[in-house]
Design a protein around this ligand. Structure first.
Ligand SMILES: NC(=O)c1ccc[n+]([C@@H]2O[C@H](COP(=O)([O-])OP(=O)(O)OC[C@H]3O[C@@H](n4cnc5c(N)ncnc54)[C@H](OP(=O)(O)O)[C@@H]3O)[C@@H](O)[C@H]2O)c1
Length: 342
């Protein structure tokens, strides 16, 4: 049997997740973003993950405007995988437009002012209830294991948001609550309000984190560690920059060039990428295994994307650990940077 992944407890919660988690942002429809795989191409990658022991899948309502969630449902259905055997991580907050798949909700704030979408995004009770119901329908399930608040919404009282999540937990539609893209004080505020009311608290925080992007270590990750909140590291390969030799371009990097989503390596990043390549050749690992082993030494689990069964297999890093000296060497050229967003 091929190498199987390990499982870790998500912070202080009793939930156990796989290491790594499969990121499903790239599965849905290329109508949303050109590099996204349609169902027929995505399912074999997801099956390769499942065969390697990955039981945890991270999606969001906005990925391919709902089609991403439908692909997760199709995966369980096609391979007759019992719902209780997988852990589904979903997200709610950003605008999702199932009637217009090509929209990227995060860059269309104008739509939030229209009659159709005015109550369809953000963290109001109405938006949360409407959007979670839609996610459950698309996923073809009665419950979501971990529903993550995709981002902070300063326009809605925290009590309203956390009461809505409490009520969804009580109704059995959500089992655990997570947060994403937040500062430490925001997570602290959500949990302080929940604690005051005896409501369930945030058990995990999902942030962008890799050898090339580490601003969240200073506040959010330090806070999570102190409080026993699980940390899920997204983009651990920095869109693939840490998984291939310097200068390699892909369809995704080419399309993103010049947009706010582009992740262009700086000169210190280039030095880190070279060191990842050196470590990979020293150990006989893939570069992605080096980057993911580093990630798993800092976070509860990396959330990694893969566009083919081959890439997926190259991202299994069970029993591959870096020494303290190796970690120090990989980190040495890093120059602290500000947050990409907000
Ligand atoms: N909370 C949030 O706001 C947020 C934001 C972004 C992402 N996420 C989550 O994080 C997940 C991962 O994010 P991501 O896709 O941006 O970052 P990533 O996993 O760091 O990078 C994925 C990229 O790496 C490439 N890659 C993967 N394995 C490779 C390998 N073995 N060799 C060479 N290239 C490889 C992929 O190319 P191929 O397609 O060619 O394999 C793809 O372009 C998402 O799916 C999503 O679940 C969350």
């Amino acid at each position: 049997m091929a190498v199987q992944v390990e499982y870790r407890q998500l912070g202080k919660s009793g939930l156990r997740i796989s290491v790594p988690i499969l990121g499903c942002m790239g599965y849905g429809t290329p109508q949303w973003m050109p590099w996204v795989l349609s169902e027929d191409k995505a399912l074999p990658v997801m099956k390769a993950a499942w065969d390697a022991g990955i039981n945890t899948f991270d999606t969001a309502n906005m990925y391919s405007n709902g089609v991403g969630e439908r692909v997760v449902a199709a995966f369980l259905n096609k391979y007759s995988i019992p719902r209780k055997d997988v852990v589904i991580l979903d997200k709610v907050c950003y605008l999702t437009t199932p009637d217009d798949i090509s929209v990227i909700g995060t860059v269309r704030p104008d739509l939030l002012k229209t009659k159709k979408y005015v109550n369809k995004a953000g963290l109001s009770r109405l938006a949360i209830f409407t959007e979670v119901a839609a996610s459950l329908e698309r996923l073809g399930t009665d419950y979501i294991d971990l529903m993550q608040i995709h981002d902070w919404d300063a326009t809605v009282p925290v009590e309203e948001t956390m009461r809505a999540f409490n009520d969804l937990v009580v109704a059995g539609k959500i089992l655990y609550i997570g947060a994403s893209n937040m500062k430490a004080w925001q997570v602290g505020e959500l949990n302080a309000v929940a604690e005051r009311h005896g409501w369930p608290q945030i058990v995990s925080i999902q942030v962008e984190h890799s050898l090339l992007y580490r601003p969240h270590e200073v506040e959010t990750m330090a806070y999570a560690l102190y409080k026993g909140i699980g940390v899920l590291a997204y983009a651990p390969l920095n869109d693939g920059n840490l998984a291939r030799p310097l200068g390699t371009r892909t369809q995704r990097t080419t399309i993103l060039e010049g947009t706010p989503f582009a992740k262009n390596p700086s000169s210190s990043d280039e030095e880190i990428i070279k060191r990842v390549q050196q470590a990979a050749s020293k150990h006989g690992w893939t570069m992605s295994q080096v980057a993911l082993a580093w990630s798993a030494s800092k976070a509860t689990s990396p959330i990694v994307g893969a566009g083919s069964p081959q890439h997926l297999e190259q991202n299994i890093f069970t029993s591959k650990t870096l020494t303290g000296e190796e970690i120090k060497y990989l980190e040495e050229p890093y120059e602290m940077r500000g947050y990409r967003w907000g």
